[in-house]
Design a protein around this ligand. Structure first.
Ligand code: AMP
Ligand code: ZN
Length: 466
């Protein structure tokens, strides 16, 4: 598997720390508002990465945080606290805002067929971990106290600018000039680990600490949550390109200062989705959410396909015309697949299937070339493979693409769970060598025009035309 690594600025062969296993951390949403479809593009890219790794046989442990405290509008220590901004906007408490938008986020990712990471943790639930890390950083001389806050001294880290490729002369990057900076900081780029003063009077989320009642900075939460659930060594860390500096740069400084060695080997960043005016925004112009797209008649899966048609490292401009084209292409694709389903003849030809599976895998292993992976899908449809083989491949590819390629709209959830139940019973019967019962189940389904197809990876079902 080849991946572009922001750290080395090169496409590299991916080698995990532990054979066959991948530890992956993905920065989660700041739950002060709905996610815009730009944010969701980043989560789609991460989902494809996780599913590709699983497709090629890795066991992936993926963690995501939910930012409900500490994230300033500047991404640095200045500006307004995003959560407080949300609470003021809606006359609600920070906790209510966090709950509401966490649920909204989960709904969005579900609609986009993004797998929920195995571990999703709220920033506000891990204060003890941050305190422990900050204490160690103070002991080791990486952090210092100034005017009641604890800061990280970036000059203590020789490779501080390695990830971003920035120059120390760019020290003011990320620091907004219109906002008062804490003059007590040793260096302008030093960043906050724990605040007891700044904007404190409005801060509802506050905790006791050895340095007084306060709240953590944004960056320490990802270092803390990653350390808690994935330990001292991380294989892959992801986010959008805006996270490279200062967020991920600061995460590296803290985590490596704390653990005392290199922390994460591969840094993968998704490029932005922009609207026609330029930068995607939650406050200016049309606020592009997934629900807005739905209200305009675009199924969330169309948006997923729209994203997969381009490479995750290229900027993408959102246009409704492009969504219309994608919608048409998707409808055509689904109707082709439907006609294959209705005449899914023959036995699966595994040798032929393997060729296409390799082509598909090669595309994804080449730094997640999803557009080429989709081309492989079209190649399969055009090929002279028999129906059963095509169906098998479509199902196999869709474990990564997650485009509902085999979804039968007519199959209601009750019928679906009945079929899945029957398949399970049949598997059990086969395991017990009760082939009579297994056949009986198969025939019972066949009478209802549901045909089962056994594949190496499990059993598929096909709704036959009555
Ligand atoms: P936030 O909720 O602001 O913390 O951002 C959530 C994720 O969306 C982060 O990984 C960001 O890097 C990413 N992101 C922010 N803006 C965009 C955009 N316009 N396009 C793609 N990803 C974005
Ligand atoms: Zn993060």
């Amino acid at each position: 598997m080849k991946l572009y690594n922001t750290l080395s600025k090169q496409v590299e062969e991916f080698v995990p720390n532990e054979k066959g296993k991948v530890k992956m951390y993905t920065c989660g949403p700041t739950v002060y508002h709905y996610a815009h479809i730009g944010n969701l593009r980043t989560y789609i890219f991460e989902d494809i990465l996780e599913k590709t790794l699983e497709y090629i046989g890795y066991d992936v442990k993926r963690v995501m945080n939910i930012t409900d405290v500490g994230h300033m509008t500047s991404d640095s220590d200045s500006g307004e606290d995003k959560m407080l901004k949300g609470a003021l906007r809606e006359h609600k408490t920070v906790y209510e805002i966090a709950d509401f938008y966490t649920k909204a986020f989960m709904e969005d990712i579900q609609k986009l067929n993004i797998k929920v990471p195995s571990i999703v943790e709220k920033a506000s639930d891990h204060i003890d971990v941050y305190i422990k890390m900050i204490e160690t950083l103070l002991e080791k001389g990486y952090a210092y106290e100034a005017s009641g806050n604890i800061y990280f001294d970036v000059t203590k880290v020789p490779n501080y600018y390695e990830l971003s490729g920035k120059n120390p002369d760019d020290l003011m990057v990320g620091v907004r000039e219109d906002v008062e900076e804490d003059k007590a900081k040793r260096n302008p780029a030093d960043f906050g680990l724990w605040f007891t003063t700044s904007k404190f009077e409005n801060q509802v989320m506050r905790w006791d600490s050895p340095w007084g009642v306060g709240y953590p900075g944004w960056h320490i939460e990802c270092s803390g949550i990653s350390y808690q659930y994935l330990g001292e060594y991380l294989d892959i860390h992801c986010g959008g390109v805006d996270n490279i500096f200062p967020h991920h740069t600061n995460e590296i400084a803290q985590s490596e200062g704390f653990v005392g060695h290199k922390w994460c080997n591969y840094w993968c960043h998704g490029e932005h989705l922009n609207d026609s005016s330029g930068k995607m925004s939650k406050s200016k112009g049309e606020f592009l959410t997934l629900s807005l797209l739905e209200s305009k008649g675009y199924d969330p899966i169309i948006y997923r396909l729209f994203c997969l048609n381009s490479h995750y490292r290229s900027q993408l401009v959102f246009r409704y015309e492009a969504m219309d084209d994608t919608k048409k292409a998707y409808q055509k694709l689904i109707s082709k697949i439907k006609s294959i389903r209705e005449s899914a003849d023959g036995e699966i030809e595994y040798d032929r299937a393997k060729e296409y599976q390799e082509q598909f895998r090669n595309a994804l292993e080449n730094d997640l070339n999803t557009a080429n992976a989709i081309t492989t899908l079209y190649d399969v449809l055009k090929s002279d493979c028999n129906g059963a083989t095509k169906l098998y491949l479509i199902q196999s590819f869709d474990t990564v693409l997650s485009l509902n390629l085999l979804q039968e709209e007519e199959v209601d959830t009750e019928l679906k769970s009945y079929i899945e139940n029957m398949i399970e019973k049949r598997n059990e019967a086969k395991k017990n060598k009760d082939y009579a019962l297994a056949d009986q189940i198969r025939n019972e389904l066949l009478e209802k025009n549901i045909e089962l197809k056994d594949t190496r990876e499990g059993t598929l079902y096909v709704m036959k035309q009555s």
